[in-house]
Design a protein around this ligand. Structure first.
Ligand code: TXA
Ligand code: MG
Length: 339
């Protein structure tokens, strides 16, 4: 298939073409504030099958449905008071809520589950595109299954050229990590995937938020986690990633002694000391949102640079650090080295 590539603003007429493709059962990659999404009509079982095929993704791993405003969930999911309380605070934005599914969403979209994941993105292009579609847009991250999610159009093109009808370039994704996923259970929630909406922020709305053990731990091969995606290898560069666990100065000492075979994902303030090494600085240790913004493109860049091993800091688990920890520990297949 020939992929049409467009650079769009939120008011561009091209978004009408993109919406037409979705309504005709085609696939469009679009930008969101978290990562790029690989979109199809969420109400069309055939579109869901095409998404799984384009990504090379197992069809038991459900898709998030993207809507233009919180109330647009009504025809597709059984909402409740706590969905709207979360929506009031965090939508549009990087939060996905799991609710009971209505039959308007085919089981193919939902990976066979009786629940559905609902998200209302804040990115202006995503909003205008979804609104123009007039149907919810099912969209996983627009990477080949197992690869880091794409956070810019070049990384999308590397994975999706020839596999989708259209790619909309909306620049760099602001957040850079996928949305927080919470499963609602009455006035409580279970965190299935950490993201920019932190556990503490969710606890301001919900009575209790439990963190699913799969968020930080590794799963046995026969596990059936609440979020099927947790059982698959994820976010992985082809080059092995090893996370260094120790205090800042010991990690830096270890990095200084590595050879040319290694690529070092480091903080900006370490770059000078590591001069002469092959480094990818990912921002300040005081503001981890910068590391979140750059992590996935850094992992892809490390692969392109070519090395035997990538070393990075083991993230701390507070605030957005929990989301970084969750992505990095899985990218590293839980390989942690004490230094
Ligand atoms: O930020 C995001 O959420 C991005 C952008 C494009 O919106 N999307 C995204 O989709 O990350 P995806 O498919 O790559 O990750 C969605 C995760 C998967 O791990 C899937 O298993 C889980 O959400 N999920 C989807 N529906 C679910 C459901 N009904 N119950 C539990 N987990 C669900
Ligand atoms: Mg994904």
């Amino acid at each position: 298939m020939k992929t049409r590539f467009i650079v769009s603003g939120a008011k561009s007429a091209c978004l009408m073409d993109a919406a037409h493709i979705i309504r005709s059962g085609g696939l469009v990659v679009f930008p969101t504030e978290t990562v790029y999404g690989l979109g199809g009509d969420a109400t069309n079982a055939e579109s869901a099958k095409k998404i799984y095929a384009a990504k090379g993704r197992p069809s038991d791993n459900p898709l998030i449905i993207h809507i233009d405003r919180p109330e647009s969930a009504e025809p597709y999911a059984v909402t409740n008071e706590y969905y709207y309380r979360l929506a009031e605070k965090f939508m549009p934005g990087p939060l996905t809520v799991i609710l009971p599914r209505k039959d308007t969403i085919p089981k193919e979209t939902a990976g066979g589950l009786d629940t559905v994941a609902v998200r209302c993105p804040s990115h202006p292009i995503a909003h205008a595109f979804i609104e123009a579609c007039g149907v919810p847009v099912a969209a996983p991250s627009a990477n080949l299954s197992g690869k880091p999610s794409p956070t810019n159009a070049a990384d999308v093109l590397a994975d999706m050229d020839g596999r989708v009808d259209m790619i909309i370039d909306g620049g760099d994704s602001e957040i850079g990590l996928e949305s927080t996923i919470v499963k609602l259970d009455g006035d409580c929630g279970i965190l299935l995937r950490p993201g920019a909406v932190t556990v503490d922020a969710l606890r301001c709305v919900l009575r209790e938020v439990k963190v699913d053990p799969a968020v930080t731990g590794s799963l046995p091969a026969d596990a059936h986690p609440l979020s099927p995606g947790m059982k698959y290898r994820h976010y992985s560069p082809d080059t092995p990633l090893v996370l260094l666990d120790g205090n800042d100065s010991d990690v830096l000492e270890f990095m200084k002694k590595t050879s040319d075979d290694a690529i070092l994902i480091c903080f900006d303030d370490e770059a000078a000391v590591l001069a002469g090494h092959r480094i990818i600085p990912v921002g300040s240790r005081e503001d981890l949102s910068e590391e979140a913004h750059r992590l996935f493109s850094a992992l892809r860049m490390a692969d392109r640079m070519g090395a035997k091993v990538i070393y990075g800091h083991l993230p701390k688990k507070n605030g957005i650090g929990l989301a970084l920890y969750n992505r990095m520990i899985r990218a590293a297949a839980h390989t942690v080295r004490k230094v």
